[in-house]
Design a protein around this ligand. Structure first.
Ligand code: AMP
Length: 557
């Protein structure tokens, strides 16, 4: 008998092998040594390598880091695109127990400086296309003692310890041996894209990465397996590219990394040339691809499935991909705090339903996935029934869920319930998303809590209105915000971006939305904007829109 916190128990005789990021690449480079890893870099050069070579070069990255004095727990940042060097860095950094800190280059300089200083990164690996950003950040980030340029360094930039990647690797003979770390040790750090306040660091352990990667490879996850050629269209600087750089190694799938060019044409070219069978990305990427396919008449016959998430996938996108191009859409919800949070796989029963019923489920934000437990609570924190109607805040918890933000933001009652408890025992993550759960575990998201529109005391879902508006003629993109209204407290304003050459047909837009929502939800006004502003992670920047339209005058009714 062994004694634990909950009393004596009979311990199992299982081997206690640690779940480490290095085991993923060790497996891939051992058992899938000849499987292709193809990458396009920011110079437009395509490099064909294999999991065997990625494993080899990752050990050289580790050796170079050790020679630079990097020790377990030290933070090493990457400001990079999806390419082979970034992939080598992923494994080289984690392999020695250092922390892979992926940085979103689209953030404002002040946020970037804040993030690098908060993490106190010692080394930064930066793509040549970002050296200007690096030059601006270097004087503001004293902890960084080495800047490695992931490509050629034509002329000196003046960064501390600057060196070109290949020179950095060549300077150190041999390869590092990866230690057997504690699986609870930190592996990756990624800051949330919060539109208010300072970004918060999500520090994932090795165990967490391996568990969420396993989930990604299950049939109810993204079903990544060795039969796939995967196009990693989710930036590796955001939520570890939705775990695809890890899942392709765990399964030995072929991996294709597109670099910075995520234009529809470039993606379709890669899908065709590399026989891509699965990809993942935010709705804007796939809306662009669909519009391109429609305009050119090209098709994507090899592409069997795409995972869409990060923001709501409009029904029209799901219908077009499925019906016109034969691409199965797996619509999922997730966050930096947990990576994939729901399953987009249709169950046996739902798959046999009449088309409209099936699609209605697909348009929801996925179904509860084993490992991420969900609940919905009212304003007092009481559980709401899973009846599809009880709308409240979504809470989540699980073995790979962030339990506290980096550097002590744990006792943060806005982010976690029971935040007085140690994170291991702690409560639930308050996701800040508002929605409902139904009896099948489907999640319907209505809004971010800060974007909720309350009209006459009742909620209006901006997500549903945006979705409906996207089906209207001429509408390329849509955003809905709530603005103050004398009578109702708040009313929805629809802001649309039109396709080139299209004009706004007010009545046609309302006509398209009408059948999809309650009549009192219809927007009180529609305005056209050249470009809907997006945040650094490609989501609609509602804060910016609320500021721009704060003086909007409602039409007389
Ligand atoms: P991030 O941590 O930057 O990936 O942002 C996570 C947030 O994106 C979530 O809390 C949601 O608000 C939003 N999100 C992710 N997936 C979806 C989805 N399928 N539908 C609607 N919103 C989503």
């Amino acid at each position: 008998m062994t004694t634990g916190d909950s009393g004596p128990f009979l311990a199992g005789n299982t081997m206690d092998r640690p779940l480490l990021v290095s085991t993923l690449i060790s497996y891939a480079s051992r058992s899938h040594a000849n499987t292709d890893v193809v990458a396009v870099d920011s110079a437009g050069i395509t490099t064909r390598s294999t999991w065997g070579e990625v494993g080899e070069r990752a050990r050289r990255v580790s050796a170079a880091l050790v020679a630079d004095g990097i020790r377990p727990g030290d933070r090493v940042a990457t400001i990079a695109w999806n390419d082979h060097r970034h992939l080598e860095a992923y494994y080289g950094i984690c392999g020695i127990g250092a922390v892979l800190h992926t940085v979103n280059p689209r953030l404002h300089d002040d946020q970037l400086a804040y993030i690098l200083n908060d993490a106190a990164d010692s080394v930064v690996l930066v793509d040549p296309s970002f050296v200007e950003i690096a030059a601006r950040l270097a004087p503001r980030t004293p902890s960084v003692r080495r800047w490695v340029v992931l490509g050629h360094l034509d002329s000196p930039v003046g960064l501390r310890g600057e060196i070109a990647y290949e020179d950095w690797l060549d300077a150190v003979p041999g390869r590092a041996t990866w230690p057997e770390l504690d699986e609870r040790a930190a592996a990756t750090l990624c800051y949330t894209s919060g539109t208010t306040g300072n970004p918060k660091g999500v520090l994932q352990s090795h165990r967490s990465i391996v568990l969420q990667t396993w989930a990604c490879c299950t049939g109810d996850g993204h079903d990544v397996h060795s039969g796939h050629a995967v196009l990693g269209a989710v930036p590796m600087f955001h939520v570890n590219g939705w775990a695809l750089p890890f899942a392709t190694a765990m399964s030995g799938a072929k991996l294709v990394l597109p670099g910075p060019d995520l234009s529809p044409e470039a993606l379709v070219n890669l899908i065709e040339a590399e026989d891509i069978t699965f990809s993942a990305g935010v709705p804007t990427i796939w809306l662009g691809v669909v519009q391109y396919l429609q305009a050119t008449g090209r098709t994507v016959p090899t592409l069997g499935k795409v995972a869409v998430g990060g923001s709501a996938a409009p029904r029209v996108l799901i219908d077009t991909l499925e019906d016109d191009y034969g691409v199965t859409v797996s619509h999922v919800w997730g966050m930096t705090e947990m990576t994939q949070g729901t399953s987009g796989r249709l169950t046996h029963r739902v798959e046999r339903m009449e088309r409209d019923h099936m699609r209605a489920r697909q348009a929801k934000a996925g179904r509860e996935l084993y490992g991420i437990e969900l609940r919905v609570v009212d304003e007092e924190g009481a559980d709401l029934p899973r009846d599809g109607h009880g709308v409240g805040e979504i809470h989540a918890r699980g073995p790979w869920m962030c339990g506290a933000y980096y550097r002590g933001a744990h006792a943060d009652p806005d982010a976690f319930t029971d935040s007085h408890l140690p994170e291991a025992e702690g409560g639930w993550l308050r996701t800040g998303d508002v929605g409902a759960l139904d009896s099948e575990g489907y999640l319907t998201l209505t809004d971010r809590s800060k974007d909720v529109i309350k009209s006459g005391g009742e909620w209006i879902s901006s997500i549903e209105l945006e979705n409906a508006a996207l089906g209207a003629p001429g509408v390329a993109a849509a955003a809905v915000i709530g603005l103050p209204h004398e009578r109702w407290g708040e009313r929805p304003l629809l802001i649309i971006e039109l396709f080139e050459g299209a004009t706004l047909d007010h009545a046609a837009v309302l006509h398209a939305i009408g059948p999809r929502v309650a009549s009192w939800w219809l927007p009180d006004d529609i305005v056209v904007i050249d470009t809907i502003p997006l945040t650094g992670t490609g989501k609609i920047d509602k804060k910016a829109l609320r500021t721009s339209y704060s003086g909007h005058v409602w039409p007389q009714s």
